[in-house]
Design a protein around this ligand. Structure first.
Ligand code: BGC
Length: 665
């Protein structure tokens, strides 16, 4: 223990009191003992520090801060350096606002497109989610405050989130739901981690010894503080015994008495309390000092510019028939859709930032060089049919060369605490699209939504651009992509299924009762679609560019993959190269292929670069339920290098030594 000297001077009541919060977002102080209070604030895409009345639902206003694109957006950049830059800016704003712990990033697996918080999470894939989250954590912690990756673990739906029991087999848990957290913990060393509300296989995450002791601390070497989700403590004493450091928000004297009685009755020991207190004191002293020495200001303009760059790098071009995009200078455009004047740029709930300023598509268009023939809102945002609005939009569409149609999900559709009911755009928006396309076939659909949608209307547009929830500067980034000032380089971090009926968790997601059975096992997202041969609208890792790329000269062994990427088009651009591992002759069942490495390569027109992607310990391993450890099936593996999960350009066979473990099946 690091703080034995201080801990020895505290009585049991003082010790127990320090292990729960004083107010909604602060810890208890003991000034006489030199222990200050620290502030914890959300969240994953910007700082939400509530200066007045505080709540954990994002209801009362917070101090203005930069609203960056949500995680489901920046994941589409596949750019760890960008994630780190965003993290660093958020860490700086947090420290400037005297926030010691920033409650993010969120990295739960997007198990179903319907999870209300998918916008706060990175991906359906644990490697992409883990790498992006680790980048955020490195950035946030650069100035000495703490990041708090969340929600640990298997928390992939909002319905009954405080009572649901995620029933998930150990192999699926390890390979899918924990691997991202393992990457964050081992590669970025977060100072805290937040447990999830739910139970896992019958035990609350926050008092789950298997999760918090065996895996987090022993297997991964986590030595920071574990923080409950807000109101996520069930049995505080069991939490403390099993590895949960700090109960939040402010349970009052009850939590203190409960803990003291548990020590007195022998349910837990004073040594358990001391161990947690030691973790807490390290967190408090370290981050308090970082906050104290930090400046109280930050460069809001620079952060706005970074938010714009982050949004630009994350935009995904999904369709571009006959190269309709980019638009030429002076092109006559009609702007249609309510989202052009009132952007949908972040999600609802505890992540909602009080943005310093918010750019609108209409304003940004003024400096674009495009010639606007006018704007029409086109539809009622809440989905009510409105014939007059539609007629006005259709009339406007006829006057333009190209229609820029801003569609998306309204605010209520994606929120913490509430799952989506379906994956559809509102009927009135689809109707408008069809009517507009009749009037002007050169229709570009621009989508604002934090998660995937069904696109049965795809044939009714010539171009489709996914802006996700692009943050306060997202509108300008979108305009830059449409005009070609930015060459789009984002690729989907989540498969877009043809229909919700095709999604693997559909029968076991947000159902009746408390139990959530993860029956689809390893087969989440592309792992399912590709193994089962289910066609999708847009595959995982997919995204178009205004230029083209060629892949050549693949060399691979079990430790790395090297290849040359060439920009074969006429514009500078970036390509996201993805490496998938497959074992067609596997004896241990596994998904058809799994992402193992990726990199983003920036290339001038005509330029070639040779890139090497290292393969780590996660490239060939699987969780063996007989030996209860990671094992490797020996033999030949295919390393597939592609521009998406469905567009494999080069393949190499590599021999891998196995661990000769018994086959559990
Ligand atoms: C959310 C957390 C958040 C906390 C504090 C909870 O409801 O699940 O993600 O950090 O509130 O606002």
């Amino acid at each position: 223990m690091k703080h034995t000297d201080i801990i020895r001077k505290l009585n049991l009541e003082q010790k127990c009191a320090l292990l729960s919060g004083e107010t909604v977002f602060t810890t208890r102080a003991l000034p006489g003992k030199g222990i200050p209070s620290i502030t914890l604030s959300d969240g994953p895409n910007g700082v939400r520090k509530q200066a007045g009345a505080a709540d954990h639902l994002g209801l009362n206003p917070s101090v203005p801060a930069t609203c960056f694109p949500t995680s489901s957006a920046t994941a589409c950049s596949w750019d760890e350096a960008l994630g780190e830059a965003v993290g660093e800016a958020m860490g700086e704003e947090a420290a400037a606002q005297e926030v010691a712990v920033l409650l993010g990033p969120g990295l739960n697996i997007q198990r179903s497109p319907l999870c209300g918080r998918d916008f706060e999470y990175f991906s359906e894939d644990p490697i992409l989610a883990g790498k992006m989250a680790a980048a955020y954590v490195r950035g946030i912690q650069k100035k000495g405050i703490a990041a708090c990756p969340k929600h640990f673990a298997a928390n992939s739906q909002e319905l009954r989130r405080m009572a649901s029991d995620s029933v998930v087999d150990e192999r699926t848990l390890r390979e899918l739901y924990l691997t991202g957290f393992e990457i964050v913990v081992k590669e970025a060393r977060p100072k805290t981690i937040m447990t999830s509300y739910n139970l896992i296989n019958g035990t609350y995450a926050n008092e789950n010894a298997h999760l918090l002791q065996d895996i987090l601390r022993k297997d991964w070497g986590f030595d920071g503080a574990v923080v409950t989700d807000w109101g996520g403590s069930n049995d505080h004493a069991l939490g403390v015994k099993n590895g949960s450091t700090l109960e939040m928000p402010a349970p009052g004297g009850d939590a203190v008495r409960e803990l003291m009685q548990a020590v007195q009755s022998g349910k837990i020991t004073e040594a358990d309390v001391d161990a947690r207190l030691d973790e807490l004191l390290t967190l408090v002293f370290d981050t308090h000092a970082a906050v104290q020495s930090h400046s109280r200001t930050f460069d809001a303009d620079a952060h706005h510019a970074l938010a714009r760059r982050a949004a630009a790098e994350s935009i995904v071009l999904l369709k571009n028939e006959n190269d309709l995009l980019p638009l030429a200078e002076g092109a006559k455009v009609a702007v249609i859709g309510d989202f052009a004047q009132t952007p949908r740029y972040q999600g609802a709930g505890s992540s909602a930032v009080n943005s310093i300023k918010v750019d609108t598509f209409l304003d940004c268009l003024k400096e674009s060089g495009l010639a606007s023939v006018g704007f029409a809102p086109g539809f009622d945002r809440q989905g009510k049919p409105d014939a007059a609005k539609q007629a006005e939009a259709v009339a406007l569409a006829q006057k333009a060369e190209v229609v820029l149609l801003c569609l998306g999900l309204d605010e209520i559709k994606e929120s913490e605490g509430l799952d989506r009911g379906d994956m559809r755009l509102a009927d009135n928006q689809i109707e408008l699209l069809k009517a507009v396309q009749q009037a002007n076939p050169n229709t570009v659909v621009i989508v604002s939504a934090g998660a995937s949608l069904e696109t049965p209307w795809l044939a009714h547009c010539r171009a489709l651009v996914y802006g996700a929830l692009g943050g306060q500067a997202g509108a300008g980034a979108m305009v830059d992509v449409l005009t070609g000032k930015i060459n789009p380089s984002g690729k989907l971090a989540e498969t877009w299924a043809n229909a919700h009926a095709d999604t693997p968790a559909k029968d076991n997601f947000a159902g009746a009762g408390r139990t959530v059975q993860y029956r689809e096992g390893l087969y989440v997202g592309y792992r399912y679609y590709q193994t089962a041969g289910v066609p999708v609208a847009f595959p995982f890792g997919y995204g178009l560019s205004y230029t083209s790329f060629a892949y050549s000269e693949l060399k691979a062994d079990a430790r790395s993959v090297t290849l040359t990427v060439t920009n074969t088009g006429s514009r500078a651009g970036a390509e996201i190269v993805q490496v998938y591992a497959a074992k067609p002759d596997a004896r241990i069942f596994r998904p058809a292929q799994e992402l193992k490495a990726f990199t983003k390569v920036w290339l001038e027109a005509g330029e070639s670069k040779t890139v090497t992607l290292p393969l780590d310990d996660k490239a060939f391993r699987y969780w063996n339920t007989k030996t209860d450890s990671w094992e490797v099936e020996g033999g030949t593996y295919e390393l597939r290098v592609g521009a998406s999960s469905a567009d494999i350009r080069l393949t190499a066979a590599v021999e891998v030594n196995g661990t000769s473990a018994p086959n559990p099946y």
